[in-house]
Design a protein around this ligand. Structure first.
Ligand SMILES: [Zn+2]
Length: 240
């Protein structure tokens, strides 16, 4: 059984109050961090959209260059045929060259149509990129100012957190090492960081279970440290 005095209990209660405040402030800071991450994520997603559009434009440009090459090859073939036609001997040969040239010209017309479509896509994409880049600049500005104001709000909480940490350490340094160790151990095992639980009318106010009568009697003497048999918090008698 760990011995404890009422004064020491009161110190532990003060320590816990600081702890609870700290947890609350930490929650605010976590929310700020989450908000900043969310804003940054939105910005990143939009920037990615612009980047995709740019990549699509690059692909269009490559395709257009490819069409230009095809046209050039096609033109070379056509002039070769025209040259050959001047020296043909038979009508059949002549007709065959005419047919070949027609096919090449048809292919050329087809490529040119595709080039027009490609050009139109390039124009649309260029416009889209310009618009989106403007939007992106606006969003970036907005997000940066939002992040700044969220961080400004957080700085108050950060200072409060640092103050509480100092207060905690000061308070803790005055507490018996064995008690502090026990307190920290129990605190680390609870989800809400509350190591202490008040007991009122024989009920643990943390888990709302009934404390055995013998233990309840002993608690009222404020002379030994006891853990709730159900939630394992350090119990103290709340006689208010
Ligand atoms: Zn309990």
């Amino acid at each position: 059984m760990t011995a404890i005095t009422q004064a020491q209990f009161e110190m532990l209660i003060s320590l816990q109050n600081i702890e609870v405040d700290k947890i609350e402030v930490q929650r605010t800071l976590d929310a700020v961090a989450a908000k900043v991450a969310e804003l940054e994520g939105e910005l990143e997603a939009f920037a990615e959209e612009v980047e995709h559009e740019k990549q699509a434009l690059q692909a269009n440009k490559a395709l257009y260059a490819d069409f230009e090459d095809q046209i050039q090859t096609n033109d070379t073939l056509i002039s070769k045929i025209e040259e050959k036609r001047r020296s043909v001997k038979t009508e059949r040969e002549y007709q065959s060259l005419i047919k070949e040239e027609e096919q090449l010209r048809a292919r050329k017309a087809q490529i040119e149509e595709e080039m027009i479509a490609c050009m139109e896509q390039m124009e649309t994409r260029t416009e889209t990129i310009a618009t989106k880049e403007q939007e992106l600049a606006q969003i970036r500005e907005q997000v940066e100012s939002d992040i700044q104001s969220v961080r400004q709000e957080a700085s108050t909480s950060e200072m409060r957190h640092a103050d509480l940490t100092r207060e905690w350490e000061q308070m803790a340094s005055d507490i018996d090492a064995r008690l502090l160790e026990k307190f920290v151990k129990v605190k680390n095992q609870t989800a809400d960081g509350r190591a202490l639980a008040p007991v009122k009318n024989a009920i643990c106010l943390a888990c709302h279970m009934n404390i055995p009568p013998q233990m309840y009697n002993e608690l009222q003497r404020f002379d030994s440290l006891k853990l709730c048999p159900f939630c394992f918090r350090i119990l103290y008698w709340d006689n208010s």
